[in-house]
Design a protein around this ligand. Structure first.
Ligand SMILES: *[C@@H]1O[C@H](CO)[C@@H](O)[C@H](O)[C@H]1NC(C)=O
Ligand SMILES: *[C@@H]1O[C@H](CO)[C@@H](O)[C@H](O)[C@H]1NC(C)=O
Ligand SMILES: *[C@@H]1O[C@H](CO)[C@@H](O)[C@H](O)[C@H]1NC(C)=O
Ligand SMILES: *[C@@H]1O[C@H](CO)[C@@H](O)[C@H](O)[C@H]1NC(C)=O
Ligand SMILES: *[C@@H]1O[C@H](CO)[C@@H](O)[C@H](O)[C@H]1NC(C)=O
Length: 516
Protein backbone atom coordinates (compact mmCIF):
# COMPACT_ATOMS: atom_id res chain seq x y z
CA UNK A 1 0.00 0.00 0.00
CA UNK A 2 2.82 2.37 0.88
CA UNK A 3 4.29 1.75 -2.57
CA UNK A 4 1.01 2.57 -4.29
CA UNK A 5 0.75 5.82 -2.35
CA UNK A 6 4.32 6.73 -3.20
CA UNK A 7 3.55 6.18 -6.89
CA UNK A 8 0.41 8.27 -6.75
CA UNK A 9 2.28 11.06 -5.05
CA UNK A 10 5.07 10.95 -7.59
CA UNK A 11 2.53 11.03 -10.45
CA UNK A 12 0.72 13.91 -8.77
CA UNK A 13 3.94 15.82 -8.45
CA UNK A 14 5.01 15.17 -12.01
CA UNK A 15 1.63 16.25 -13.39
CA UNK A 16 1.52 19.51 -11.44
CA UNK A 17 2.89 22.56 -13.17
CA UNK A 18 5.66 24.26 -11.24
CA UNK A 19 4.09 27.26 -9.59
CA UNK A 20 6.17 30.00 -8.03
CA UNK A 21 3.86 32.99 -7.81
CA UNK A 22 3.46 35.35 -4.92
CA UNK A 23 1.10 34.39 -2.14
CA UNK A 24 -0.61 36.22 0.73
CA UNK A 25 -2.84 35.17 3.62
CA UNK A 26 -4.73 36.70 6.50
CA UNK A 27 -7.04 35.66 9.26
CA UNK A 28 -10.54 37.03 9.74
CA UNK A 29 -12.79 36.06 12.61
CA UNK A 30 -14.37 33.67 10.06
CA UNK A 31 -11.16 31.81 9.20
CA UNK A 32 -7.91 32.09 7.23
CA UNK A 33 -8.03 33.44 3.67
CA UNK A 34 -5.33 32.74 1.07
CA UNK A 35 -4.74 34.52 -2.23
CA UNK A 36 -2.05 33.83 -4.79
CA UNK A 37 -0.80 34.83 -8.17
CA UNK A 38 -1.11 32.01 -10.66
CA UNK A 39 1.97 32.88 -12.65
CA UNK A 40 0.86 30.73 -15.59
CA UNK A 41 -2.41 32.56 -16.17
CA UNK A 42 -1.44 35.79 -14.33
CA UNK A 43 -4.72 35.63 -12.42
CA UNK A 44 -4.90 36.45 -8.74
CA UNK A 45 -6.81 33.52 -7.29
CA UNK A 46 -8.34 33.05 -3.86
CA UNK A 47 -9.52 30.37 -1.53
CA UNK A 48 -13.33 30.26 -1.39
CA UNK A 49 -14.27 33.29 0.73
CA UNK A 50 -16.90 31.31 2.64
CA UNK A 51 -14.34 28.72 3.81
CA UNK A 52 -15.09 28.46 7.50
CA UNK A 53 -11.87 27.37 9.20
CA UNK A 54 -9.95 25.63 6.44
CA UNK A 55 -9.36 27.55 3.23
CA UNK A 56 -10.73 25.67 0.21
CA UNK A 57 -8.70 26.24 -2.93
CA UNK A 58 -9.54 25.43 -6.53
CA UNK A 59 -6.75 25.45 -9.12
CA UNK A 60 -9.17 26.15 -11.95
CA UNK A 61 -12.55 27.80 -12.42
CA UNK A 62 -14.05 30.98 -11.12
CA UNK A 63 -12.14 31.67 -7.97
CA UNK A 64 -10.06 34.47 -9.42
CA UNK A 65 -10.41 38.18 -8.65
CA UNK A 66 -12.22 40.33 -11.17
CA UNK A 67 -9.75 43.21 -11.50
CA UNK A 68 -10.56 46.53 -13.18
CA UNK A 69 -6.82 47.13 -13.80
CA UNK A 70 -4.61 44.41 -15.25
CA UNK A 71 -1.79 43.12 -13.01
CA UNK A 72 1.74 43.03 -14.45
CA UNK A 73 3.22 39.61 -15.15
CA UNK A 74 4.53 38.12 -11.95
CA UNK A 75 3.09 40.85 -9.70
CA UNK A 76 3.56 40.52 -5.95
CA UNK A 77 0.27 40.33 -4.01
CA UNK A 78 -0.75 41.32 -0.51
CA UNK A 79 -4.09 41.71 1.18
CA UNK A 80 -6.08 42.14 4.36
CA UNK A 81 -9.59 41.10 5.24
CA UNK A 82 -12.21 41.08 7.94
CA UNK A 83 -15.49 39.47 8.86
CA UNK A 84 -18.33 41.87 9.43
CA UNK A 85 -22.10 41.90 8.96
CA UNK A 86 -22.07 38.16 8.32
CA UNK A 87 -19.67 38.24 5.39
CA UNK A 88 -15.97 38.42 4.72
CA UNK A 89 -14.36 41.28 2.79
CA UNK A 90 -10.94 41.62 1.22
CA UNK A 91 -8.77 44.52 0.19
CA UNK A 92 -5.84 43.47 -1.98
CA UNK A 93 -2.87 45.25 -3.56
CA UNK A 94 -0.79 44.34 -6.61
CA UNK A 95 1.32 46.10 -9.25
CA UNK A 96 -0.20 47.01 -12.62
CA UNK A 97 1.63 46.96 -15.96
CA UNK A 98 3.05 50.46 -15.25
CA UNK A 99 4.30 49.21 -11.89
CA UNK A 100 1.71 51.27 -9.97
CA UNK A 101 0.46 50.01 -6.64
CA UNK A 102 -3.16 49.08 -7.30
CA UNK A 103 -5.88 48.37 -4.75
CA UNK A 104 -8.97 46.24 -5.32
CA UNK A 105 -11.76 45.73 -2.84
CA UNK A 106 -14.21 42.83 -2.60
CA UNK A 107 -17.15 41.58 -0.58
CA UNK A 108 -17.83 37.87 -0.32
CA UNK A 109 -20.94 36.19 -1.60
CA UNK A 110 -21.15 33.80 1.34
CA UNK A 111 -23.42 31.45 -0.63
CA UNK A 112 -21.09 30.88 -3.59
CA UNK A 113 -17.74 31.58 -1.92
CA UNK A 114 -16.92 34.07 -4.71
CA UNK A 115 -15.59 37.56 -4.11
CA UNK A 116 -17.65 40.33 -5.74
CA UNK A 117 -15.71 43.37 -6.92
CA UNK A 118 -16.49 46.72 -5.33
CA UNK A 119 -13.78 48.60 -7.22
CA UNK A 120 -10.16 48.84 -8.38
CA UNK A 121 -8.04 51.95 -7.90
CA UNK A 122 -4.53 53.09 -8.74
CA UNK A 123 -2.92 54.15 -5.48
CA UNK A 124 0.43 55.50 -6.68
CA UNK A 125 1.02 57.33 -9.92
CA UNK A 126 3.83 56.34 -12.26
CA UNK A 127 6.01 59.14 -10.89
CA UNK A 128 6.44 57.39 -7.57
CA UNK A 129 9.35 55.05 -7.82
CA UNK A 130 8.36 51.45 -7.20
CA UNK A 131 11.21 48.99 -7.70
CA UNK A 132 10.51 46.58 -10.60
CA UNK A 133 11.20 43.71 -8.21
CA UNK A 134 9.34 45.30 -5.29
CA UNK A 135 7.29 43.21 -2.95
CA UNK A 136 4.14 44.38 -1.17
CA UNK A 137 2.98 44.01 2.43
CA UNK A 138 -0.10 45.41 4.15
CA UNK A 139 -1.87 45.78 7.48
CA UNK A 140 -5.35 46.92 8.47
CA UNK A 141 -5.46 49.07 11.58
CA UNK A 142 -9.15 49.77 11.99
CA UNK A 143 -12.27 51.45 10.72
CA UNK A 144 -11.04 55.04 10.93
CA UNK A 145 -7.30 54.49 10.80
CA UNK A 146 -7.52 52.34 7.70
CA UNK A 147 -4.68 50.57 5.92
CA UNK A 148 -0.93 50.80 5.48
CA UNK A 149 0.84 49.32 2.48
CA UNK A 150 4.62 48.87 2.12
CA UNK A 151 6.69 48.61 -1.05
CA UNK A 152 10.33 48.91 -2.16
CA UNK A 153 11.36 52.04 -4.03
CA UNK A 154 14.01 52.11 -6.75
CA UNK A 155 16.78 52.18 -4.14
CA UNK A 156 15.36 49.17 -2.33
CA UNK A 157 14.20 51.27 0.65
CA UNK A 158 10.79 50.56 2.17
CA UNK A 159 8.06 53.17 1.60
CA UNK A 160 4.59 53.50 3.09
CA UNK A 161 1.21 54.27 1.57
CA UNK A 162 -1.49 55.25 4.00
CA UNK A 163 -5.26 55.09 3.72
CA UNK A 164 -7.62 56.53 6.27
CA UNK A 165 -11.33 57.01 5.90
CA UNK A 166 -10.97 60.77 6.21
CA UNK A 167 -8.08 61.40 3.82
CA UNK A 168 -8.11 58.59 1.29
CA UNK A 169 -4.72 57.47 -0.03
CA UNK A 170 -1.56 59.34 0.83
CA UNK A 171 2.10 58.63 0.36
CA UNK A 172 3.97 58.93 3.62
CA UNK A 173 7.49 58.46 2.25
CA UNK A 174 10.25 56.11 3.29
CA UNK A 175 10.05 54.43 6.68
CA UNK A 176 13.82 53.92 6.62
CA UNK A 177 16.39 55.08 4.09
CA UNK A 178 18.26 51.81 4.49
CA UNK A 179 18.32 49.49 1.47
CA UNK A 180 17.05 45.91 1.42
CA UNK A 181 17.76 42.76 -0.45
CA UNK A 182 14.62 42.26 -2.52
CA UNK A 183 11.98 40.97 -2.54
CA UNK A 184 11.11 39.56 0.92
CA UNK A 185 8.83 41.93 2.84
CA UNK A 186 6.27 41.26 5.56
CA UNK A 187 4.21 43.34 7.96
CA UNK A 188 2.09 42.80 11.05
CA UNK A 189 0.04 44.98 13.36
CA UNK A 190 -0.36 44.04 16.98
CA UNK A 191 -3.45 46.09 17.67
CA UNK A 192 -1.57 48.44 19.97
CA UNK A 193 -0.44 51.02 17.47
CA UNK A 194 2.55 48.84 16.75
CA UNK A 195 3.46 47.95 13.19
CA UNK A 196 6.40 45.66 12.45
CA UNK A 197 7.76 45.57 8.91
CA UNK A 198 10.29 42.80 8.33
CA UNK A 199 12.53 42.57 5.28
CA UNK A 200 15.49 40.70 3.92
CA UNK A 201 18.37 43.17 4.39
CA UNK A 202 21.42 41.39 3.03
CA UNK A 203 22.99 37.94 2.70
CA UNK A 204 23.31 37.65 6.48
CA UNK A 205 20.62 39.78 8.07
CA UNK A 206 16.94 40.45 8.44
CA UNK A 207 15.83 44.01 9.20
CA UNK A 208 12.82 44.96 11.29
CA UNK A 209 11.44 48.47 11.03
CA UNK A 210 8.97 49.25 13.72
CA UNK A 211 6.35 51.96 14.26
CA UNK A 212 5.12 52.85 17.69
CA UNK A 213 2.75 55.21 19.40
CA UNK A 214 5.24 58.08 19.41
CA UNK A 215 5.11 57.93 15.59
CA UNK A 216 8.74 57.13 14.94
CA UNK A 217 10.07 54.27 12.86
CA UNK A 218 12.96 52.41 14.43
CA UNK A 219 15.09 50.13 12.29
CA UNK A 220 17.19 47.28 13.69
CA UNK A 221 18.90 44.30 12.13
CA UNK A 222 19.49 40.72 13.24
CA UNK A 223 21.47 38.64 13.98
CA UNK A 224 24.15 41.34 13.44
CA UNK A 225 23.11 44.67 14.94
CA UNK A 226 23.48 48.04 13.25
CA UNK A 227 26.36 50.11 14.51
CA UNK A 228 24.78 52.29 17.15
CA UNK A 229 22.02 49.73 17.73
CA UNK A 230 19.17 51.23 15.74
CA UNK A 231 18.29 53.91 13.23
CA UNK A 232 15.27 56.11 12.59
CA UNK A 233 13.62 57.48 9.45
CA UNK A 234 16.00 60.44 9.58
CA UNK A 235 19.16 58.28 9.45
CA UNK A 236 20.69 58.85 6.03
CA UNK A 237 21.43 55.93 3.75
CA UNK A 238 25.19 56.30 3.96
CA UNK A 239 25.10 56.01 7.74
CA UNK A 240 23.79 52.47 7.87
CA UNK A 241 26.58 50.14 8.87
CA UNK A 242 25.97 46.64 10.15
CA UNK A 243 28.34 45.67 12.92
CA UNK A 244 29.88 42.55 11.41
CA UNK A 245 32.99 42.77 13.59
CA UNK A 246 31.29 41.54 16.76
CA UNK A 247 30.50 37.86 16.20
CA UNK A 248 26.73 37.27 16.16
CA UNK A 249 25.32 34.85 18.71
CA UNK A 250 23.43 32.92 16.05
CA UNK A 251 23.13 32.93 12.29
CA UNK A 252 20.08 32.62 10.08
CA UNK A 253 19.97 29.03 8.85
CA UNK A 254 19.94 28.53 5.05
CA UNK A 255 19.65 32.29 4.60
CA UNK A 256 21.23 34.09 1.66
CA UNK A 257 19.01 37.16 1.59
CA UNK A 258 17.20 36.12 -1.61
CA UNK A 259 14.23 34.34 -0.07
CA UNK A 260 11.02 35.54 -1.72
CA UNK A 261 8.95 36.03 1.44
CA UNK A 262 9.17 36.88 5.08
CA UNK A 263 6.06 36.25 7.13
CA UNK A 264 5.42 38.00 10.43
CA UNK A 265 3.10 36.69 13.14
CA UNK A 266 2.41 37.89 16.67
CA UNK A 267 0.99 35.85 19.52
CA UNK A 268 -1.08 36.89 22.53
CA UNK A 269 2.07 37.40 24.61
CA UNK A 270 3.22 39.91 21.95
CA UNK A 271 6.03 37.59 20.87
CA UNK A 272 6.94 38.34 17.28
CA UNK A 273 7.81 35.54 14.88
CA UNK A 274 9.54 35.84 11.51
CA UNK A 275 9.13 32.99 9.01
CA UNK A 276 11.03 32.22 5.83
CA UNK A 277 11.89 29.35 3.53
CA UNK A 278 15.62 28.96 3.24
CA UNK A 279 17.78 27.92 0.32
CA UNK A 280 17.53 24.39 1.76
CA UNK A 281 13.74 24.48 1.00
CA UNK A 282 12.98 24.17 4.71
CA UNK A 283 10.80 26.45 6.76
CA UNK A 284 12.74 28.52 9.32
CA UNK A 285 11.57 30.52 12.31
CA UNK A 286 13.14 33.38 14.22
CA UNK A 287 11.44 34.83 17.28
CA UNK A 288 11.82 37.81 19.55
CA UNK A 289 11.16 36.70 23.07
CA UNK A 290 12.24 38.17 26.35
CA UNK A 291 13.87 40.98 24.37
CA UNK A 292 16.12 38.54 22.56
CA UNK A 293 16.05 37.52 18.91
CA UNK A 294 16.88 33.89 18.33
CA UNK A 295 16.27 31.05 15.92
CA UNK A 296 13.63 28.54 16.98
CA UNK A 297 13.89 24.79 16.61
CA UNK A 298 12.61 23.29 13.39
CA UNK A 299 9.87 20.66 13.14
CA UNK A 300 10.00 17.34 11.35
CA UNK A 301 8.72 17.21 7.78
CA UNK A 302 5.43 15.79 9.07
CA UNK A 303 4.66 19.31 10.28
CA UNK A 304 6.98 21.52 8.26
CA UNK A 305 7.22 19.93 4.81
CA UNK A 306 9.95 20.75 2.31
CA UNK A 307 8.89 23.54 -0.06
CA UNK A 308 9.07 22.81 -3.79
CA UNK A 309 11.72 25.47 -4.36
CA UNK A 310 14.59 26.99 -2.41
CA UNK A 311 13.75 30.47 -1.04
CA UNK A 312 10.11 29.88 -2.01
CA UNK A 313 7.17 32.20 -1.49
CA UNK A 314 5.16 31.67 1.65
CA UNK A 315 2.26 33.41 3.37
CA UNK A 316 1.41 33.58 7.05
CA UNK A 317 -1.96 34.21 8.69
CA UNK A 318 -2.29 34.49 12.43
CA UNK A 319 -4.88 35.07 15.11
CA UNK A 320 -3.26 37.00 17.92
CA UNK A 321 -6.03 36.32 20.39
CA UNK A 322 -5.57 32.55 20.26
CA UNK A 323 -1.92 32.54 19.13
CA UNK A 324 -2.87 30.36 16.15
CA UNK A 325 -0.75 30.47 12.99
CA UNK A 326 -1.35 29.17 9.47
CA UNK A 327 1.36 29.05 6.81
CA UNK A 328 0.84 28.45 3.12
CA UNK A 329 3.33 27.36 0.48
CA UNK A 330 3.60 24.83 -2.31
CA UNK A 331 4.50 21.30 -1.44
CA UNK A 332 4.56 18.60 -4.11
CA UNK A 333 2.91 20.95 -6.56
CA UNK A 334 0.00 21.76 -4.27
CA UNK A 335 -0.91 24.73 -2.17
CA UNK A 336 -0.49 23.41 1.37
CA UNK A 337 -1.34 24.42 4.88
CA UNK A 338 0.99 24.22 7.87
CA UNK A 339 -0.97 24.85 11.04
CA UNK A 340 -0.29 25.60 14.68
CA UNK A 341 -3.04 25.83 17.30
CA UNK A 342 -1.37 25.00 20.59
CA UNK A 343 0.21 22.12 18.74
CA UNK A 344 1.52 21.55 15.23
CA UNK A 345 -0.77 19.67 12.86
CA UNK A 346 0.32 17.32 10.10
CA UNK A 347 0.61 19.50 6.99
CA UNK A 348 -2.00 19.02 4.29
CA UNK A 349 -2.77 20.15 0.76
CA UNK A 350 -5.75 22.52 0.57
CA UNK A 351 -8.97 20.79 -0.37
CA UNK A 352 -11.14 22.03 -3.22
CA UNK A 353 -14.33 23.94 -2.35
CA UNK A 354 -17.50 21.84 -2.11
CA UNK A 355 -18.80 20.99 -5.61
CA UNK A 356 -22.02 23.00 -5.44
CA UNK A 357 -23.56 25.63 -3.25
CA UNK A 358 -26.43 23.31 -2.30
CA UNK A 359 -24.19 20.61 -0.98
CA UNK A 360 -23.36 20.91 2.68
CA UNK A 361 -20.77 18.18 2.16
CA UNK A 362 -20.15 17.47 5.80
CA UNK A 363 -17.78 14.68 4.84
CA UNK A 364 -15.53 16.85 2.78
CA UNK A 365 -13.25 17.35 5.74
CA UNK A 366 -12.21 13.76 5.33
CA UNK A 367 -11.29 13.82 1.67
CA UNK A 368 -7.78 14.47 0.58
CA UNK A 369 -6.69 15.14 -2.96
CA UNK A 370 -2.98 14.77 -2.42
CA UNK A 371 -2.67 12.35 -5.32
CA UNK A 372 -5.31 13.78 -7.64
CA UNK A 373 -4.54 15.41 -10.93
CA UNK A 374 -5.88 18.85 -11.72
CA UNK A 375 -8.22 17.16 -14.15
CA UNK A 376 -9.74 15.07 -11.41
CA UNK A 377 -10.25 18.17 -9.31
CA UNK A 378 -12.03 19.93 -12.14
CA UNK A 379 -14.17 16.83 -12.51
CA UNK A 380 -15.19 17.02 -8.91
CA UNK A 381 -15.69 20.75 -9.27
CA UNK A 382 -18.49 20.36 -11.78
CA UNK A 383 -19.80 17.23 -10.13
CA UNK A 384 -19.49 15.27 -13.39
CA UNK A 385 -18.21 11.91 -12.43
CA UNK A 386 -19.19 9.77 -9.50
CA UNK A 387 -16.31 7.55 -10.45
CA UNK A 388 -13.88 10.35 -9.82
CA UNK A 389 -15.42 10.96 -6.43
CA UNK A 390 -15.20 7.27 -5.61
CA UNK A 391 -11.55 7.32 -6.67
CA UNK A 392 -10.95 10.40 -4.57
CA UNK A 393 -12.44 8.69 -1.55
CA UNK A 394 -10.27 5.61 -2.10
CA UNK A 395 -7.19 7.77 -2.45
CA UNK A 396 -8.24 9.76 0.58
CA UNK A 397 -8.52 6.63 2.68
CA UNK A 398 -5.11 5.48 1.48
CA UNK A 399 -3.54 8.86 2.12
CA UNK A 400 -5.13 9.22 5.52
CA UNK A 401 -3.96 5.74 6.44
CA UNK A 402 -0.46 6.75 5.38
CA UNK A 403 -0.67 9.94 7.42
CA UNK A 404 -1.87 8.07 10.46
CA UNK A 405 1.00 5.62 10.00
CA UNK A 406 3.46 8.48 9.58
CA UNK A 407 2.12 10.18 12.64
CA UNK A 408 2.58 6.98 14.61
CA UNK A 409 6.07 6.46 13.26
CA UNK A 410 7.11 10.04 13.84
CA UNK A 411 5.32 11.18 16.95
CA UNK A 412 5.67 14.91 17.27
CA UNK A 413 9.00 15.51 18.83
CA UNK A 414 8.56 16.85 22.33
CA UNK A 415 9.85 20.27 21.37
CA UNK A 416 7.48 20.19 18.44
CA UNK A 417 4.34 21.29 20.14
CA UNK A 418 5.93 24.15 22.01
CA UNK A 419 7.88 25.85 19.24
CA UNK A 420 5.41 28.71 19.42
CA UNK A 421 4.29 28.17 22.96
CA UNK A 422 4.47 31.00 25.49
CA UNK A 423 6.59 28.90 27.83
CA UNK A 424 9.31 28.14 25.31
CA UNK A 425 12.47 29.47 26.89
CA UNK A 426 14.13 32.20 24.94
CA UNK A 427 17.45 30.95 23.59
CA UNK A 428 20.34 31.96 25.79
CA UNK A 429 22.47 32.61 22.72
CA UNK A 430 20.26 35.14 20.93
CA UNK A 431 20.94 38.73 19.90
CA UNK A 432 19.64 41.27 22.37
CA UNK A 433 16.83 43.25 20.80
CA UNK A 434 17.38 46.95 20.20
CA UNK A 435 15.24 49.97 19.39
CA UNK A 436 11.59 49.21 20.01
CA UNK A 437 12.36 45.56 20.41
CA UNK A 438 14.37 46.34 23.51
CA UNK A 439 13.17 46.30 27.06
CA UNK A 440 14.26 49.89 27.50
CA UNK A 441 12.49 51.92 24.86
CA UNK A 442 15.08 54.15 23.17
CA UNK A 443 15.33 57.45 24.94
CA UNK A 444 15.00 59.43 21.70
CA UNK A 445 11.48 58.22 21.43
CA UNK A 446 10.47 60.69 24.08
CA UNK A 447 12.89 63.50 23.32
CA UNK A 448 11.53 64.35 19.95
CA UNK A 449 13.60 66.86 18.03
CA UNK A 450 11.51 69.56 16.42
CA UNK A 451 11.69 67.93 13.02
CA UNK A 452 10.07 64.84 14.37
CA UNK A 453 7.46 66.85 16.21
CA UNK A 454 6.53 68.46 12.95
CA UNK A 455 6.21 65.05 11.45
CA UNK A 456 3.63 64.15 13.99
CA UNK A 457 1.28 66.84 12.75
CA UNK A 458 -0.07 64.79 9.91
CA UNK A 459 0.97 62.46 7.18
CA UNK A 460 0.91 65.08 4.43
CA UNK A 461 3.32 67.24 6.32
CA UNK A 462 5.42 64.18 6.80
CA UNK A 463 5.46 63.40 3.09
CA UNK A 464 6.34 67.00 2.29
CA UNK A 465 9.18 67.00 4.73
CA UNK A 466 10.58 63.87 3.30
CA UNK A 467 13.15 65.04 0.79
CA UNK A 468 13.25 61.80 -1.10
CA UNK A 469 9.52 61.95 -1.53
CA UNK A 470 9.75 65.53 -2.73
CA UNK A 471 12.26 64.87 -5.46
CA UNK A 472 10.42 61.88 -6.69
CA UNK A 473 7.07 63.60 -7.03
CA UNK A 474 6.51 66.05 -9.84
CA UNK A 475 3.49 68.30 -9.69
CA UNK A 476 1.20 66.11 -11.70
CA UNK A 477 2.08 63.13 -9.61
CA UNK A 478 1.50 65.11 -6.48
CA UNK A 479 -1.86 66.30 -7.74
CA UNK A 480 -2.86 62.76 -8.61
CA UNK A 481 -1.65 61.45 -5.34
CA UNK A 482 -3.51 63.98 -3.31
CA UNK A 483 -6.55 64.01 -5.55
CA UNK A 484 -9.85 63.89 -3.66
CA UNK A 485 -10.17 60.56 -1.90
CA UNK A 486 -11.57 57.75 -4.01
CA UNK A 487 -14.97 56.34 -3.23
CA UNK A 488 -14.72 55.38 0.37
CA UNK A 489 -15.29 51.77 0.91
CA UNK A 490 -16.42 50.12 4.04
CA UNK A 491 -13.73 49.28 6.49
CA UNK A 492 -14.26 46.86 9.34
CA UNK A 493 -16.71 48.37 11.78
CA UNK A 494 -14.55 47.78 14.76
CA UNK A 495 -11.10 48.56 15.90
CA UNK A 496 -8.51 45.97 15.07
CA UNK A 497 -7.41 45.52 18.59
CA UNK A 498 -7.34 41.79 18.94
CA UNK A 499 -9.31 41.95 22.15
CA UNK A 500 -12.22 43.48 20.32
CA UNK A 501 -12.70 40.96 17.54
CA UNK A 502 -16.28 39.76 17.48
CA UNK A 503 -16.83 36.04 17.57
CA UNK A 504 -18.64 34.82 14.47
CA UNK A 505 -21.77 32.70 14.73
CA UNK A 506 -21.05 29.02 14.37
CA UNK A 507 -22.32 27.26 11.30
CA UNK A 508 -21.45 24.65 8.72
CA UNK A 509 -18.57 25.28 6.33
CA UNK A 510 -19.74 26.30 2.91
CA UNK A 511 -23.12 27.52 4.13
CA UNK A 512 -24.03 31.14 4.43
CA UNK A 513 -24.64 32.36 7.95
CA UNK A 514 -28.33 32.15 8.77
CA UNK A 515 -30.22 35.18 9.96
CA UNK A 516 -31.72 34.48 13.32
C1 LIG B 1 -2.61 27.95 -12.61
O1 LIG B 1 -3.42 27.84 -13.74
C2 LIG B 1 -3.17 26.66 -14.51
C3 LIG B 1 -4.05 26.74 -15.75
O2 LIG B 1 -5.40 26.90 -15.39
C4 LIG B 1 -3.49 25.45 -13.66
O3 LIG B 1 -3.21 24.28 -14.39
C5 LIG B 1 -2.65 25.50 -12.40
O4 LIG B 1 -2.98 24.41 -11.56
C6 LIG B 1 -2.89 26.79 -11.66
N1 LIG B 1 -2.00 26.86 -10.50
C7 LIG B 1 -2.40 27.40 -9.35
C8 LIG B 1 -1.42 27.40 -8.24
O5 LIG B 1 -3.52 27.86 -9.20
C1 LIG C 1 4.05 47.56 21.25
O1 LIG C 1 4.24 46.17 21.46
C2 LIG C 1 5.13 45.87 22.53
C3 LIG C 1 5.33 44.38 22.60
O2 LIG C 1 5.72 43.87 21.37
C4 LIG C 1 4.57 46.41 23.82
O3 LIG C 1 5.49 46.14 24.88
C5 LIG C 1 4.37 47.91 23.69
O4 LIG C 1 3.75 48.40 24.85
C6 LIG C 1 3.49 48.20 22.48
N1 LIG C 1 3.42 49.62 22.29
C7 LIG C 1 2.34 50.31 22.55
C8 LIG C 1 2.42 51.76 22.27
O5 LIG C 1 1.34 49.81 22.99
C1 LIG D 1 16.43 20.56 12.04
O1 LIG D 1 17.49 21.04 12.86
C2 LIG D 1 18.45 20.04 13.16
C3 LIG D 1 19.43 20.61 14.15
O2 LIG D 1 19.76 21.92 13.80
C4 LIG D 1 19.14 19.59 11.87
O3 LIG D 1 20.11 18.60 12.13
C5 LIG D 1 18.08 19.03 10.94
O4 LIG D 1 18.65 18.70 9.70
C6 LIG D 1 16.98 20.05 10.73
N1 LIG D 1 15.93 19.43 9.97
C7 LIG D 1 15.41 20.01 8.94
C8 LIG D 1 14.29 19.29 8.29
O5 LIG D 1 15.82 21.10 8.57
C1 LIG E 1 12.54 35.87 30.53
O1 LIG E 1 13.56 36.40 31.37
C2 LIG E 1 13.28 36.32 32.74
C3 LIG E 1 14.39 37.00 33.51
O2 LIG E 1 15.57 37.07 32.75
C4 LIG E 1 13.14 34.86 33.15
O3 LIG E 1 12.81 34.77 34.50
C5 LIG E 1 12.02 34.22 32.31
O4 LIG E 1 11.94 32.85 32.60
C6 LIG E 1 12.30 34.41 30.84
N1 LIG E 1 11.17 33.90 30.10
C7 LIG E 1 11.31 33.10 29.06
C8 LIG E 1 10.06 32.67 28.41
O5 LIG E 1 12.40 32.74 28.64
C1 LIG F 1 25.58 37.84 22.43
O1 LIG F 1 24.93 37.62 23.68
C2 LIG F 1 25.46 38.37 24.76
C3 LIG F 1 24.74 37.92 26.01
O2 LIG F 1 23.36 38.01 25.86
C4 LIG F 1 25.29 39.86 24.49
O3 LIG F 1 25.82 40.61 25.53
C5 LIG F 1 25.98 40.21 23.18
O4 LIG F 1 25.73 41.55 22.86
C6 LIG F 1 25.46 39.33 22.06
N1 LIG F 1 26.19 39.62 20.84
C7 LIG F 1 25.60 40.07 19.74
C8 LIG F 1 26.48 40.38 18.58
O5 LIG F 1 24.37 40.21 19.63
Amino acid sequence: MALLVAKLLVLGTAASPVWAGSIAAWYTAYGPQVILLNDTTNEIRYSACNSRDEPRYSYTGDYSFDLGIKPKNGTPVTGVGWYDNGRTSASIWYLDEQNNVTNAYFDCNMRSGRFLSVGTWTVTSGALSVHPNSSLASVVLGEETGHRVYFHDRYGAINELLYTRATGWEYSGVISQDTNSLPALGAAFSGRENITVASARDEQNIATTRWNRDETWFRTTLPHPLEGGYATTETIRGDFVVDEATPANFSLTAWDGTTKSIGVSIDNAYTRFLWYIGNDRNLHLVANQNYTWGQRNNQSSTFWPLADEPNANLAVAYDMKTSRVWLYYTVQGQLSEIKFDNTWHTWSALQPPPPSTQSTSTNSNDTSDTGLSTGAKAGIGVGVSLGVIALAIIIAIVVLARRKKNALENPSDPEGSTTLGPDTPAPSYGSPALGYDAKEVPIQAYQLPSEQQAQQLDATTKAEMDNTARVELDNTARAELYAPPQTLYELPQHSYSHELLAEPTQHQPGQPPQKR
